[in-house]
Design a protein around this ligand. Structure first.
Ligand SMILES: NC(=O)C1=CN([C@@H]2O[C@H](COP(=O)(O)OP(=O)(O)OC[C@H]3O[C@@H](n4cnc5c(N)ncnc54)[C@H](OP(=O)(O)O)[C@@H]3O)[C@@H](O)[C@H]2O)C=CC1
Ligand SMILES: Nc1nc2c(ncn2[C@@H]2O[C@H](COP(=O)(O)O)[C@@H](O)[C@H]2O)c(=O)[nH]1
Length: 325
């Protein structure tokens, strides 16, 4: 297996088929809906809040609300009251089953449900998928996180409509250091490995550091990418604003950090400061433009045309040496 990551892959252009990048369609379909770009903000407390979710839904983007210190039921009610789709996260504990029961009792079916735990290749996830498929059969179920083809096959066989791949590549992740496991450092090739067996969409989660990494993820089999750090330092980002030496930052912490958990137990995440660098609307527009450009370099007109391109594996960061075609 080739081992590589975002910073040592480059995609190779094919003959251009458009006269303007405006002809390139960056949209993606997940379940019953299409979204403007193949990007979803990470379901983390310092990345999304209810206002951001509403705005994203109203403006044609996919979102997944986080599941921490949140009344999921009220969130779904609010989204339905505004006439937009609901996309929530669940864990696998008894309160999560209670949430499902209450949603069913109120006749509230979220359009998307993401089962979001650290080690998603687990019987607890199998049971939750089965419960959701029985009680909320209309909801599109995303399950994760996982890191291997075996896990993707199992989750799909258990009924997941999409899987989320990435254990440990996140910017505030310390899983690799704390446990010795994960896809940190080789997330892109782990994605490629998983995509070979996937028959349903994969969301590549973690490790995106540049807009070009979105196209690279699509090339290696992702349908969407989940992004945390690059969307945590925006003016609207929910993390606390912190001033250091006259410069403004937003705090960004891991969902498995003591900052999120409120205690130091099974900690696999840390807190960092992200420089504040603009507004969400501008960042998403720039991402769309960059994906449109990527499609044009791929010689295509649609997002999945990026899958057709060749690539080179570079020797290392800043290396000019092409090792593999
Ligand atoms: N993508 C990634 O690399 C990672 C992401 N995270 C994120 O942090 C958040 C909290 O995750 P998580 O702690 O799972 O959520 P929860 O605290 O809700 O735990 C979910 C369940 O999984 C169990 N569990 C957690 N980790 C493991 C493990 N390694 N092996 C076996 N069982 C486990 C927990 O039990 P118990 O706690 O008693 O073991 C609990 O029963 C999530 O949003 C998750 O996505 C966390 C770590 C890695
Ligand atoms: N190992 C951990 N991973 C975490 C934690 N909190 C979130 N995450 C994952 O990171 C991505 C975002 O990655 P980024 O590189 O875009 O910043 C997020 O979607 C989760 O999958 C954590 O505490 N530990």
């Amino acid at each position: 297996m080739e081992i590589f990551d975002y910073d040592n892959i480059l995609l190779l252009p094919r003959k251009c088929r458009v006269e303007s990048r405006a002809e390139c369609d960056a949209s993606v379909t997940l379940g019953q809906r299409s979204f403007r770009i193949p990007v979803v903000p990470a379901n983390m407390k310092t990345v999304v809040n209810e206002d951001i979710c509403v705005w994203m839904a109203q403006n044609g983007y996919f979102y997944v609300m986080h599941r921490f210190d949140l009344d999921n039921l009220q969130f779904v009610r609010d989204m339905k009251a505004r006439g937009v789709y609901a996309s929530i996260s669940l864990g696998v504990k008894q309160p999560d089953y209670d949430t499902v029961d209450r949603l069913v009792a109120e006749g509230l079916a979220p359009e998307y449900i993401t089962i979001d735990i650290a080690h998603g290749h687990a019987d607890t996830v199998r049971k939750m998928i089965a419960y959701l498929k029985k009680h909320l059969p209309g909801s599109f179920v995303i399950a994760g996180n996982v890191a291997t083809p075996e896990a993707v096959i199992d989750l799909e066989n258990w009924g997941a409509d999409a899987t989320k791949v990435g254990i440990g590549p996140g910017k505030v992740c310390i899983t690799k250091m704390k446990t010795g496991f994960g896809t940190g450092g080789w997330q892109l090739s782990a994605l490629k490995w998983c995509a070979r067996v996937a028959t349903r969409p994969i969301i590549a989660d973690g490790g995106i550091r540049e807009h070009g990494d979105i196209a690279k993820s699509i090339r290696f089999g992702a349908t969407l990418v989940m992004i945390g750090s690059m969307l945590a330092g925006l003016e609207e980002s929910p993390g606390q604003t912190v001033e250091v030496d006259g410069k403004l930052f937003k705090e960004y912490y891991g969902s498995a950090s003591d900052f999120n958990k409120g205690e130091y137990k099974h900690v696999e995440g840390k807190r960092i400061l992200e420089p504040i660098k603009g507004k969400l609307v501008d960042t998403l527009r720039e991402m769309e433009e960059d994906v449109q450009s990527a499609i044009s370099y791929a010689g295509g007109t649609r997002l999945m045309d990026i899958r057709k391109v060749n690539y080179v594996v570079l020797g290392g960061k800043n290396s000019n040496e092409d090792l593999m075609m």
